[in-house]
Design a protein around this ligand. Structure first.
Ligand SMILES: CSC[C@H]1O[C@H](OP(=O)(O)O)[C@H](O)[C@@H]1O
Length: 389
């Protein structure tokens, strides 16, 4: 059974409530942009591509289930207002803002060309939002292909082991995943020895979500705490060396600096120290040429209680009782907390950016040039291969 974070059909949107995973698989109904905003804010749904898709589809189901004006301009204004509201749910991942910009263009064109018919504007919006589900999965499969080819070509011969951080799989996208898509591709081609995933405190996307996906897909995998990563790289003998650390992204700035889940930066530092390749896997909807560098990326800070409390089913020493979910404190009451959801890895520590058109490597001047990849995407040119393969 394929893991589905998002279930959509015209008039109906359901999201897998990721706060209940891995022990309870419950879907929440999303009936409006407001429902979508809260689901994203509360991280019942998360992952840079997934939050863009859920936001777009939340508005689609609202439009499909609401009696709207027949006037195209009034419908366009309504959609624009809702998109601007949805973008406020989480600031760091650019995918949401990117989707909003693209959907606004679709709606404006439909309003101009649709002869003033409001229904034509709604149809154009909903068709474009639904297309995001399809495009994301095909992008992820291409990312998986290019990433796996790059790693096996640059690693020593034989099967490779890979370390990943946070969750970038089917639970963070429309399916297959980005960095986890690279792991799926390696595994599917018999090229993966073992996947290592970090716990990814404090939300535990690794222990709760990535481990869930790896077990579900029967991929050989080992969970480590975030603090074990350097010791793991140091402990690896040549025969079981980790060939690469592959992570996702929430925003790749024009110079290649990358915002991703907190803990990514220190993985890049230890990878460089231990001579392990460090790769970012992201669709081009995550690349933001309007943000010059990582300095300009807004980093979301989340509530301290998300670090000082943990939630889970009661364990009696033998079985889990998933009907009795408890929240327990794991920190001294009164302690101050710093809880940034992301950090920024400088481009100099990144060996390649895996996109759906190929792996972007650094130019001879040691810098990334992401414009070519984006131009291919924006001009609808035949997918090109950059660097890498
Ligand atoms: C393909 S998911 C990309 C990215 O999004 C995640 O953030 P969050 O779980 O807070 O939504 C994480 O940083 C992933 O690497």
């Amino acid at each position: 059974m394929v893991l589905e974070a998002i279930r959509y059909k015209p008039g109906s949107l359901q999201i897998l409530n990721q706060l209940k995973l891995p022990h309870q698989e419950e879907y929440d109904e999303i009936r409006s942009a407001e429902d979508g905003w809260h689901a994203i804010k509360e991280m019942r749904t998360r992952g840079a591509p997934a939050i863009a898709i859920v936001a777009a589809l939340a508005l689609a189901v609202e439009l499909q289930c609401t009696t709207l004006s027949d006037n195209a301009e009034e419908v366009r204004a309504f959609i624009l207002e809702k998109l601007q509201y949805l973008v406020t749910s989480r600031p760091t991942a650019v995918n949401l803002a990117d989707a909003s910009r693209k959907l606004q263009k679709v709606v404006s064109n439909a309003a101009k060309q649709g002869g003033g018919d409001g229904k034509a504007v709604v149809k154009a919006y909903c068709d474009a939002a639904a297309q995001m589900l399809i495009d994301d999965v095909s992008d992820n499969r291409a990312i998986g292909k290019y990433g796996a080819e790059w790693i096996t070509r640059t690693a020593a011969e034989g099967k490779v082991s890979v370390l990943t951080h946070c969750n970038t799989g089917s639970l963070a996208t429309a399916g297959y995943g980005t960095a986890l898509g690279v792991i799926r591709s390696l595994h599917g081609h018999g090229q993966l020895k073992r996947a290592f995933c970090t716990e990814t405190r404090p939300y535990n996307q690794g222990s709760r979500l990535t481990a869930f996906e790896l077990v579900h897909d029967k991929i050989p995998a080992t969970l480590i705490t975030d603090s074990m990563a350097s010791a793991l790289l140091k402990s690896q003998g040549p025969e079981e060396r980790i060939a690469a650390i592959v992570v996702g992204a929430d925003r790749v700035a024009a110079n290649g600096d990358t915002a991703n889940k907190i803990g990514t930066y220190q993985l890049a530092v230890t990878a460089r120290f231990h001579g392990v390749k460090f790769l970012v896997a992201a669709p081009r909807t995550t690349i933001d040429l309007q943000t010059p560098s990582g300095v300009e990326i807004e980093i979301e800070e989340r509530a301290g209680k998300e670090m000082t409390f943990v939630k889970g089913p009661r364990f009696d020493g033998v079985d889990l009782d998933v009907s009795r979910v408890e929240t327990v404190s794991i920190a001294a009451t009164g302690i101050d907390v710093w809880n940034p959801a992301f950090d920024v890895t400088p481009a100099e520590l990144i060996d390649g950016i895996i996109t759906e058109v190929g792996v972007v490597e650094k130019e001879p001047d040691g810098k990334f040039d992401l414009t070519f990849a984006m131009e291919a995407h924006n001009e609808g040119l035949k997918p090109v291969t950059i660097g890498g393969v």
